[in-house]
Design a protein around this ligand. Structure first.
Ligand code: PEP
Ligand code: MG
Length: 847
């Protein structure tokens, strides 16, 4: 099939030509910018995506139009892919199209036989493998006689001579590239990088600047920034007598700048080098990014053949965006938009050096980012002992339970066989900023043999492993780690982000250390203090157990009276650190049995300390055990049935409020009731809390204000939010439980099959990780709308783990929530994600 190409199908890339990224691809557009900068770019043409698609379907472009592409130069051209976005990739570049026997003879005269052979051989190899699809092994040779052998092999395999007509060569190259773009694996790869299903491909045909030949000749790349650190450092190389797969005689790699280890381009050709540096710096300003420039020097003459955005790690992305804005090259708003929010979490933690090799032994859910190397320990006690010896350890457990918290504090990382995004280990690790992988597929722990087994390998206690909580990979042995990069650029970017952000960001903080981290990352308050975590302390646990074992309310009150001053001091400390910022304290939430020992030794110890027969203790523990504790006696249900606990907590909060006021810090504490499902629960708890406040005002003669709010974490509470809102100053969606209950999916066990579910597209994503906008999101929108209709001034927030996920944060902002609250280490991510959503919304409104 032959057809005439339309004028827009092949466009010469000149300053004024109509070259558009959506039509001709980013590379064509980028080359046009280089041309406009007056850089020495060889004559180039853009072939439109429409034409490429037609070529893929068998349409043959007309000979005259293609023949014209070889005119006015050395008679050879290259073909490069030009997708709309560089990250969508494309088929490999083909160099030296047009070389044939006649061209070869001419090249022998102008460049010598070696150079001519290398250029011809390079093309024959590339054509044979990529276009004719012959066995690469037959075309892998180089050196003396290789060209003749390659031509003979081609003839033998194809039953014809190597094509001599440049237009035929070009037609076949264009067709093979167009078809390679349509291959299923190529589609999948680019779709994973965000390309649409029918992503177009343009192609660029460029006159060859030959990098093999006499004098100073070769090809290279240069960039002014280190791709890993983002620091200003020239990197790149110059490959003398080399281009693509072709290697001429005397091929060698040179340093760019003076280097004692060997010769450099700077020494050999100072003027060419200076031009190159000048072009690279100019490209940064004109293309508004750090660019990697690809160049060819042909007998001392410089040609700029291509430019790419510099590849960059997360930390480099932040530094580059900030420095471009500081230099006035891009506005701060654009710098804020250029950094992926999740990239920030990599900067806050140790990271495995991307250049280092990885011996991956297992993969799991990336529950808390950062990397850590340590010796394997299997119990919390061993973790503590290891920390005492000053040895880094990774706590490896089937799953963690609240008692493990001290072990988690002592470890540098946590790995569990079971669990999901919101299971205990995951939530605690994120709060501590501790790298953590949960639900690690295929690992098995033999606690007795003190061995971790995985994929036919076994690792004993004390052996070193590395976990990468950012990628979910478990590695054997130690790894080269990069330090966190909480530097000037990081802070500056976030300060800029705050200026654009509409929605508040608070932190989930249970301890003074969490609160200090929250302040360091500029959280606007605490949106969730899970008070139960305060009772796992060694000193407090026995009193807590005494309280649980009390048979009569009077006895319970005695134990609670001992907990009161401790709890008061917790809040005084939190209020002090938060210095007047709002603090939301959630009343006691978990089932009581979580505070009781699980094994026989623990029960015996408890019997001793309570001076009770062991049988009493076991009976009591049995009585407290539930078939389904997460749906049992927990949250507000405890508040209704064992009200003394909430009374004590309310008193501790108010006493701390009074003490803080006396110290000069006015605090309006926010008290939050968990797991509500009915309005009446709120009424009952509110009446008691108000009574505690009134009593205290009477006793002390001091007044204070407080706000009472409700956690919306059951579907019913979301549906009845209108009713509930009338009794609440604020609502906070606990999206962890809300997801668990909406799906009827245990948050602690989901990790077991989540992988299979996501793989088979039953769920698009793990709903504990990214908020399910269709289901849980609808409950959130319905609840918000009903609550606001009943109580227009009510504050509405999200405090589940989704509050730290960029996609979910964007949803919360669109839902009109007042703030999100997330783990302290996610606060920077949330600040950036919320700012980006505000900027996007403004853009849409003004469009
Ligand atoms: C929630 O359920 O979303 C929540 C924040 O509470 P927790 O994770 O403590 O159950
Ligand atoms: Mg909850």
């Amino acid at each position: 099939m032959t057809r005439s190409l339309e004028p827009t199908d092949i466009v010469e890339i000149t300053t004024g030509a109509g070259v558009d990224a959506p039509v001709h691809g980013w590379r064509a557009k980028c080359l046009q910018r280089l041309v406009r900068m007056d850089l020495p770019v060889p004559r180039s043409h853009a072939i439109s995506a429409r034409a490429v698609r037609a070529i893929a379907q068998g349409v043959t472009a007309d000979t005259a139009a293609l023949g014209a592409l070889f005119a006015d130069g050395c008679g050879l051209v290259s073909v490069r892919p030009s997708a709309v976005m560089p990250e969508w990739g494309g088929p490999g570049t083909v160099l030296n199209v047009g070389v044939n026997d006649a061209q070869h003879a001419r090249l022998v005269e102008t460049r010598g036989k070696d150079a001519a052979d290398a250029i011809y051989l390079g093309f024959v190899q590339s054509y044979a493998i990529n276009v004719a699809r012959l066995d690469p092994d037959m075309f892998s040779e180089d050196g003396e006689g290789a060209l003749e052998r390659a031509l003979a092999a081609y003839r033998a395999e194809m039953d014809e001579d190597f094509p001599q007509d440049p237009v035929r060569q070009l037609t076949e190259v264009l067709r093979s590239m167009a078809r390679a773009w349509d291959a299923p694996t190529a589609r999948l790869l680019r779709q994973a990088k965000g390309a649409p299903e029918d992503a177009p491909l343009g192609l660029v045909v460029q006159q060859m600047a030959l990098a093999i030949g006499p004098g100073l000749t070769g090809s290279g790349t240069i960039q002014m920034i280190d791709s890993v650190t983002g620091m200003r450092r020239m990197t790149g190389r110059f490959k003398g007598q080399m281009q693509g797969r072709a290697r001429g005689q005397g091929a060698e790699t040179l340093y760019l700048t003076r280097d004692e280890r060997g010769p450099s381009l700077e020494e050999l050709a100072p003027e060419v080098f200076a031009d190159l540096v000048g072009y690279c710096l100019a490209a940064r300003t004109r293309l508004r990014d750090e660019m990697q420039i690809e160049f060819v020097i042909s007998d001392g003459e410089l040609a700029i053949i291509d430019a790419l955005r510099v590849q960059r790690s997360s930390r480099a992305a932040v530094r580059i965006a900030v420095s471009l804005a500081e230099d006035g090259i891009i506005p701060t708003e654009e710098a804020v938009m250029r950094v992926e929010p999740r990239a920030l979490s990599e900067l806050m933690h140790y990271q495995i050096d991307p250049r280092a090799p990885r011996d991956i032994i297992a993969r799991g859910i990336d529950a808390s980012p950062g990397a850590a190397t340590g010796k394997i320990v299997f119990t919390a006690a061993a973790a503590q002992a290891s920390a005492m010896r000053g040895e880094d350890c990774i706590l490896v457990r089937r799953e963690t339970v609240p008692e493990d918290i001290r072990g988690m504090h002592a470890a540098v990382g946590v790995l569990t066989e079971r669990g999901g995004m919101t299971s205990h280990a995951a939530v605690i690790a994120r709060g501590l900023g501790l790298p953590c992988i949960v639900g690690a597929n295929g690992i098995s722990i033999d606690a007795r043999a003190r061995e971790l087994r995985v994929g036919g390998r076994s690792f004993r206690e004390g052996e070193e492993i590395t976990i990468d909580g950012t990628s979910g990979e478990v590695l054997a042995g130690s790894a080269q780690l990069l330090e966190p990069a909480l530097d000037e650029s990081f802070n500056r970017l976030l300060d800029w982000a705050d200026a654009f952000r509409d929605m508040g960001v608070r932190a989930n903080a249970d301890t003074p250390e969490d609160a200090r981290t929250a302040r360091m990352f500029k959280a606007q308050g605490i949106g969730l203090c899970r008070t139960e975590h305060m009772f796992f302390d060694e000193m407090r646990l026995p009193i807590m157990r005494e309280m649980i074992f009390a048979d009569r309310p009077e006895d319970r009150k005695v134990a609670l009276a001992r907990l009161l001053p401790i709890q008061r001091q917790d809040f005084v400390e939190l209020f002090r650190i938060m210095a007047g910022l709002p603090v939301t304290i959630r009343l006691f939430d978990p089932p009581l049995h979580e505070f009781l020992p699980q094994d026989r030794d623990g029960m015996r110890e408890l019997a001793e300390s309570l001076d009770l027969p062991l049988s009493d203790v076991t009976r009591r523990i049995e009585a407290l055990s539930e078939f389904n504790p997460m749906l049992g006696m927990r949250g507000v249900r405890l508040g209704i049935t064992v009200p003394e606990i909430y009374d004590m907590q309310a008193r501790a909060i108010f006493e701390a409020t009074i003490a803080s006021a006396a110290a000069g810090a006015v605090v309006v504490p926010e008290i939050m009731i968990p797991l509500v499902s009915a309005r009446r629960e709120v009424e009952i708890v509110k009446t008691r809390v108000d009574a505690v406040a009134a009593a205290l005002r009477n006793e002390t003669g001091r007044d204070f204000a407080y706000r009472l709010g409700v956690m919306v974490e059951t579907p019913r509470a979301a549906l009845r939010a209108g009713d509930i809102a009338r009794h609440a100053a604020f609502l906070s969606f606990g999206t962890n439980d809300l997801t668990q209950m909406t799906y009827g999916l245990s948050r602690d066990d989901a990790g077991r099959f989540m992988g299979a579910y996501v793989q088979q597209r039953v769920y698009d994503e793990d709903p504990f990780h990214i908020l399910d906008e269709d289901g849980v999101g609808e409950l959130l929108l319905t609840g918000t709308q009903r609550a606001r209709a009943a109580h227009p001034d009510i504050t509405i927030a999200v405090c589940g783990e989704h509050g730290g996920n960029p996609q979910s944060i964007a949803f919360c902002q669109r839902a009109g929530l007042d703030y999100v609250s997330c783990s302290p280490f996610r606060v920077p991510v949330a600040r950036l994600a919320a700012a980006q959503e505000s900027i996007r919304n403004r853009g849409e409104k003004s469009a």
